[in-house]
Design a protein around this ligand. Structure first.
Ligand SMILES: Nc1ncnc2c1ncn2[C@@H]1O[C@H](COP(=O)(O)OP(=O)(O)OP(=O)(O)O)[C@@H](O)[C@H]1O
Ligand SMILES: [Mg+2]
Length: 267
């Protein structure tokens, strides 16, 4: 158990704006994440979710404001091994990659401290556990290039889980994953937060899934339009208001309708 840990700020983004190809993509972002939090990010296509994660990781530079990860600007070298990253393109690994699932996951466990002891037993167990958690035991020794898109995505997730990363960022990890593995994955992420005080930032279009798991939710559309407890996350009609969408029919505002759609993919 994490026990009585006093709060520790993992991420602190202040007044940040980001441009891509000259166009403003993110403006005035303020976001603080404490250790052990599970934060879900939702927003429509092109609203800047991936851009936000890439800027946090230091892969993209902000135009204004500051990003602070573990108290300093992000630097891949300093953060090596501390951060787990599951990218939106994870399922698009090259087809000719000559690496088995086990090898791929094992790569996630390499860090500065164990570079020369690839095969110690504890690491091996961790690798097998991660593979089991994402349900890929049956393809353990299969080349990654021969997996389906959803299986590859799960292999990438297993790699992040097997690493000892404290802060795990996931961009659309649920795409291409069947319902049963999806639920298992969400449960696992939740456990990692509670039992190991891991910090998780997850982008997903699957509002229902993210709502059932994240403790805190962010609605992003160029800037952060909502940031609060999951229970307080706006219903569909309020979301439409947030987005400045005029309701087409008045009856769309009734609760039964909201409830019906809340179980699907709406953003
Ligand atoms: N490599 C790039 N060069 C220039 N502009 C880009 C690039 N990638 C994305 N953009 C633009 O930045 C904006 C935000 O894109 P981003 O990928 O962050 O959105 P997103 O919320 O992750 O969308 P999705 O839900 O489709 O993944 C979009 O207008 C997009 O066209
Ligand atoms: Mg994206």
């Amino acid at each position: 158990m994490a026990g009585e840990t006093k709060s520790e700020t993992i991420l602190d983004v202040r007044n940040m704006s980001v441009h891509r190809s000259g166009a403003l993509v993110l403006s005035n972002i303020n976001l603080r994440v404490e250790k052990g939090e599970f934060v879900g990010i939702v927003g429509p296509n092109g609203s800047g979710k991936s851009t936000l994660l890439l800027t946090i990781l230091g892969e993209l530079a902000q135009r204004e404001g500051t990003v602070s990860l573990y108290g300093k600007p992000p630097s891949p070298k300093r953060l090596f091994g501390k951060i787990g990253w599951v990218s939106q393109a994870a399922a698009n690994l090259p087809h000719d990659i000559r690496l088995t699932v086990k090898e791929l996951v094992q790569l996630g466990t390499i860090n500065a401290g164990n570079m020369f002891s690839l095969f110690d037993r504890k690491r091996h167990e961790r690798v097998l556990k991660a593979i089991e958690l994402v349900g890929l035991e049956s393809v353990l020794n299969t080349d990654v290039g021969r997996l389906s898109g959803g299986q590859r995505q799960r292999a990438i997730i297993a790699r992040a889980l097997a690493s000892e990363a404290e802060f795990i960022l996931l961009d659309e990890p649920l795409v291409g994953i069947d319902r049963a593995s999806r639920n298992a994955l969400l449960k696992l992420l939740d456990q990692l937060c509670h039992d190991e005080a891991k910090t998780i930032l997850m982008v997903s279009h699957d509002l229902a899934a993210i709502r059932q798991t994240a403790h805190r939710m962010i609605y992003l559309e160029e800037t952060i339009q909502f940031d609060g407890n999951t229970e307080e996350f706006p219903g569909l009609s309020e979301l439409a208001d947030l987005r400045g969408i005029e309701p087409v029919h008045d009856h769309m505002h009734d609760h039964a309708h909201d409830h019906h759609h809340a179980s699907g993919e709406v953003v």
